[in-house]
Design a protein around this ligand. Sequence first.
Ligand code: G4P
Length: 284
Amino acid sequence: MNVQWYPGHMTRAKRQMQEDIKLIDLIIELVDARVPYSSRNPDIDELGKNKSRLILLNKADLADASVNDAWVEYFRQNGFFAVKVDSRKGTGMKNIQDMIREACREKMERDRKRGIRNRPVRAMVAGIPNVGKSTFINKFTGRACTKTGNKPGVTRGKQWIRINKDVELLDTPGILWPKFEDQDVGIRLACIGSVKDDILNMEELALWLIDYLISSYSGVLADRYNVAEEGTAVEILEQIARARGCLKKQEEIDYGKAAGILFDDFRSGRMGRISLEKPNENNK
Ligand code: G4P
């Protein structure tokens, strides 16, 4: 993770978010489509109460297509507007503008009744580190936008980016903390690369991922590494190491190197589209 969270950091982020939230109508919350539960901030519902809400399942290109649809449905059933997107390629961006209007319809209606016209909806992007906030903002705002500049008094130091006549976006995202207290969440965030690798035991993490893939995506490891999906996770990691020539001196198996290859392939999508969480299974 780019940010190492500790209490001071968290307090500052929360305070900043509380300040920014006063300026906006809509929170665009980014989650990682492979782990939508684990990549949600634990306090965002509380922080964002009384605001319109839109959840973006970002990196949808890396996650299982049918599981993405199940998550969109799950969030909708729980009262959120939700869209799947690939911020790198820009897939799904067109839907978002419609969805923002939809999410803010009541507010726009209220404004209209009060005779307030031409007041755009103000939105901000928020999420835990590495979910793709900056990538999304760049792609969504594109070249067509005009920065509206600082608004003296009310929004000093803040830049608003005009998306269209109805929507303005705060140019800096709210960076929030993940759910640290839940160990399973930590493991899944580590698998997608959102926790610094050097503070983790990558080999143990690889064993977790192998067990998960064998039970939920059987055939994926066999296809990629030409290994038999039999035996313990350690035995399978050993097969991967042999298949990829990860050997130290005296033919000793280099498990660490094999784990590195496994994670590179998984995180980059070379192993295929894989989701680590499905709705209702992990939402404790
Ligand atoms: P953040 O602001 O929330 O911390 O995240 P950021 O935009 O920096 O994105 C983190 C990483 O996720 C970047 O990769 C970025 O390219 C990638 N990313 C963002 N959105 C998507 C998406 O929809 N699909 C895919 N496949 N990847 C996405 P990186 O490897 O850290 O950087 P880079 O190699 O792209 O420069």
